[in-house]
Design a protein around this ligand. Structure first.
Ligand code: AMP
Length: 111
């Protein structure tokens, strides 16, 4: 999608610190990390948010979460997956992305 920063990252037009990539998805380090490990997982196809994505793509992403968590070494200690959605969800980039956060103890409830 035009003017979508994550579409441009997926297309390699904007550089990113890649953790995992295949033909369907890209995982890259967040530019403003909120935890020692903070990776964003996106589908290469543009979906605005979790309400728009199809189940097959979402299920595929779930498998990649597992893979990325293993590669980051946080599968054993635990981690958090966050999908901010819309205005109240504080979504700032309107291209579906999962935040994968780990490497420290998280807090609950979130702010
Ligand atoms: P959200 O607020 O849930 O929409 O998350 C968007 C995330 O994208 C934020 O955590 C930003 O730090 C991150 N971000 C924005 N631009 C970039 C970029 N060029 N490379 C990596 N992460 C980015």
């Amino acid at each position: 999608m035009e003017n979508c920063i994550f579409c441009k990252i997926a297309a390699g037009e904007i550089p990113s610190n890649k953790v995992y990539e295949d033909e369907k998805v890209l995982a890259f380090r967040d530019i403003d990390p909120q935890a020692p490990e903070h990776v964003l997982l996106i589908p290469k196809q543009h979906f605005d948010n979790i309400l728009e994505v199809d189940g097959e793509t979402f299920a595929y992403m779930q498998g990649i979460v597992k893979r990325v968590a293993n590669e980051l070494g946080i599968a054993e200690t635990g981690f958090r997956v966050v999908i901010n959605t819309g205005k109240d969800g504080m979504q700032s980039v309107n291209h579906l992305h999962m935040h994968i956060l780990g490497g420290r103890s998280m807090q609950w409830p979130p702010g």
